[in-house]
Design a protein around this ligand. Structure first.
Ligand code: NDP
Length: 295
C-alpha cells in the first residue's frame, strides 16, 4: 500500500486560521496586534521569495509586518544598530533576519544581538540552550513544523527510533532535540556518517534535512516508517514551462511505495515553517504584553 501523504499545506492553513482567530480576540480585547520585523539584506532570489511569503502570511493573520529591505553592501554595524532599535520598539514582538547574510556580515554576531524574547527564529544561544536543557524556549520554526506533521500520523513517539539526516543549527540539531523531548531514540547523521542507508533503515522516523536533491532512497526506508522531507532543491525539468521544479531530499516516487507516511515537496514542511513563525510571533507578543499564551 502506498504511504499516506501528509498535507502540510492543509495543516498550516488550520494553524494560520487559529492564530488569526487568537489575534482577533486580542485586538477585540483592546490589545495591539503582534508585530514582526523582517530584515532582508541583499538580493538573493530564494530569500526574497521566502521573506515575501512570510510577510503575506503575517498580513493575512493580522500580524503587523515591519519590513526592512537593505542593500547587499549594508555595513554590519548598520544592521546591528537596526536590531538595537527593533529590540527596544514596543510594537515589535519578533525580529527575523533572513539567512544567509552576505559574506562580510558575521551571522552569529547578528543573531546574538536579537533580544532572546524577540528571537522568533529560535536561533539565539539562549534559546538553543533552553531547548537543549528542556526549558521553555523559542524553538526554530522548521523543526516545530516537522514535529506537528509527525504528530498527525504517529500517536505516541515514545521509544521510537528516529534519524535526523543533517546537523545544521537551524534544522538538524533542534529537530533532534525535539525528538529527544518526545522520548525517541535519536540518531543524528551527517556527511561523515558511515553506512547512512543502514542507519536510515533502522528508523521508524526519518527526517531528511540535507540540501541534496532526492538523496534518500526508497531502499533506505523501513517499511511503514514516517518520512519528513525538509529539503528544498530546484532541479531542471524540461517538461515545465519554467524549465525547473522543486524536489526534496527524499526520492519521493521510490519512498512513497515503502513508507507509512511521507511529506511532499512542495506542500509539506515549507508551509508549516511559515505557520510556526506566526505562532512564535503570537507567543512572543503574549509574553511581551503579559497575556496568557495560547495552548
Ligand atoms: P545545511 O547545508 O546547513 O546542512 C546540511 C546538512 O546535511 C549538514 O549537516 C551536512 O553534513 C549534511 N549533509 C550534506 N551532505 C550529506 C550527505 N551526502 N550525507 C549525509 N549528510 C549530508 O542545510 P540546512 O539544514 O539549512 O537545510 C537543509 C535542507 O532543508 C535544504 O534543502 C534547505 O533548503 C531546506 N530547508 C527547508 C526549510 C523549509 O522551510 N522547508 C527551512 C530550512 C531549510 P555536515 O554537517 O557534515 O556538513
Amino acid at each position: 500500500m502506498p504511504a499516506s501523504v501528509i498535507d502540510g499545506k492543509a495543516i498550516a492553513l488550520e494553524i494560520q486560521g487559529e492564530v488569526a482567530e487568537q489575534i482577533k480576540s486580542r485586538v477585540a480585547a483592546g490589545l495591539r496586534p503582534p508585530g514582526l520585523a523582517t530584515i532582508l539584506v541583499g538580493d538573493d532570489g530564494a530569500s526574497r521569495i521566502y521573506v515575501r511569503n512570510k510577510r503575506r502570511a503575517c498580513d493575512a493573520a493580522g500580524i503587523r509586518s515591519f519590513d526592512h529591505d537593505l542593500p547587499g553592501n549594508t555595513p554590519q554595524q548598520a544592521l546591528l544598530e537596526l536590531i538595537d532599535e527593533l529590540n527596544t520598539d514596543d510594537d515589535v514582538d519578533g525580529i527575523l533576519v533572513q539567512l544567509p547574510l552576505p559574506g562580510h556580515i558575521e551571522e552569529t554576531l547578528v543573531i546574538e544581538r536579537i533580544t532572546p524574547t524577540k528571537d522568533v527564529d529560535g536561533f539565539h544561544t539562549l534559546n538553543v540552550g533552553r531547548l537543549n536543557s528542556g526549558q521553555d524556549a523559542m524553538v526554530p520554526c522548521t523543526p516545530v513544523g516537522c514535529l506537528l506533521m509527525l504528530k498527525e500520523v504517529v500517536g505516541d513517539r515514545t521509544g521510537m527510533q528516529a534519524i535526523v539526516v543533517g546537523r545544521s543549527n537551524i534544522v538538524g540539531k533542534p529537530m533532534a532535540a525535539l525528538l529527544l523531548k518526545e522520548h525517541c531514540t535519536v540518531t543524528i547523521a551527517h556527511s561523515r556518517t558511515r553506512d547512512l542507508a543502514g542507519e536510515c533503515r533502522r528508523a521508524d522516523i526519518v527526517i531528511a534535512a540535507v540540501g541534496r536533491a532526492r538523496m534518500v532512497k526508497g531502499a533506505w526506508i523501513k517499511p511503514g516508517a514516517t518520512v519528513i522531507d525538509v529539503g528544498i532543491n530546484r532541479i531542471d525539468d524540461a517538461s515545465r514551462k519554467s524549465g525547473t521544479r522543486l524536489v526534496g531530499d527524499v526520492d519521493f516516487d521510490e519512498t512513497v511505495k515503502v513508507a507509512g507516511a511521507i511529506t511532499p515537496v512542495p506542500g509539506g514542511v515549507g508551509p508549516m515553517t511559515i505557520a510556526c513563525l506566526l505562532q512564535n510571533t503570537l507567543t512572543a507578543a503574549c509574553r511581551q504584553t503579559g497575556v496568557p499564551e495560547p495552548e
